[in-house]
Design a protein around this ligand. Structure first.
Ligand code: AP5
Length: 213
């Protein structure tokens, strides 16, 4: 399954409940890249400047990561939820090829739509745990930078470097130019399920489950 949607649509939030519901492997290219940056790996060094600016990391880097990860046995056994990949037509084409080579079966694409002004509000208020990657909102959950994570108790709360106003604006621009064309791409192939993501997380989850069933 692919989770498609603009930054702040709630892909990570919905992914957490879908993984619980279906027991599939959660593969978030954003999480993989942030880990690589935090660990100072070669991938992280190459990706950091693009991410901080709100740009996409070059296709060949991300496709390499996904190609290697999809070949592992757990994906074949459990299925996979791709969160944040593909993000360009070139990535979608590469995914099709890899799935064919690995004989990975059918694809469902879930597109979560939310208006830009709501996305900006959500991203500005997002806070994350540096250990379990849980996602919070400053206004709703009352956690802020430096607090102990209320979910795992082990991590500290931080704000993502790309959740600053300039980077948010650039991410939205990049989304409309490079990622939104995937809606037509998958719709033409009869694979797209569209869900309104403007309700509360629980409301969106119910819509998603209804459409998937
Ligand atoms: P990535 O981590 O994938 O970021 P993104 O797509 O910009 O998406 P976000 O994680 O910002 O938002 P989300 O939709 O998951 O929303 P969330 O659930 O957190 O990518 C980061 C960067 O990595 C990219 O900019 C790029 O540089 C690089 N990258 C990643 N993949 C790449 C690829 N394939 N190719 C090239 N480069 C790549 O929710 C947001 C906030 O809203 C939270 O605070 C949450 O609590 C709240 N919220 C969620 N749902 C609701 C709701 N229904 N109502 C109210 N609040 C809600």
């Amino acid at each position: 399954m692919i989770l498609l949607g603009p930054p702040g649509a709630g892909k990570g939030t919905q992914a957490a409940s879908l993984v619980e519901e279906y027991g599939v492997v959660h593969l978030s290219t954003g999480d993989i890249l942030r880990d690589a940056v935090a660990n100072g790996t070669e991938l992280g060094k190459q990706a950091k400047a693009y991410m901080d600016a709100g740009d996409l990391v070059p296709d060949e880097l991300v496709i390499g990561v996904i190609r290697e990860r999809l070949a592992r046995e757990d994906i074949r056994e459990q299925g996979v939820l791709l969160d944040g990949f593909p993000r360009t037509i070139a990535q979608a084409e590469a995914l099709g090829e890899v799935m064919g080579e690995l004989e990975l079966g059918e694809l469902v694409v879930l597109n979560i739509s939310v208006a830009d002004e709501v996305l900006i509000e959500r991203l500005s208020g997002r806070r994350m745990c540096d250990s379990c990657e849980a996602i919070f909102r400053l206004d709703r959950d009352g956690v802020d930078v430096g607090d102990e994570c209320p979910k795992c108790g082990a991590g500290k709360i931080y704000q993502r470097s790309d959740d600053q106003p300039e980077a948010i604006a650039e991410r939205l621009r990049t989304y409309h130019e490079k990622t939104a064309p995937l809606i037509g791409y998958y719709s033409q192939r009869g694979l797209l399920i569209d869900v309104d993501g403007s309700g509360t997380p629980d409301e969106v989850h119910r819509l998603v489950m209804g459409r998937l069933s």
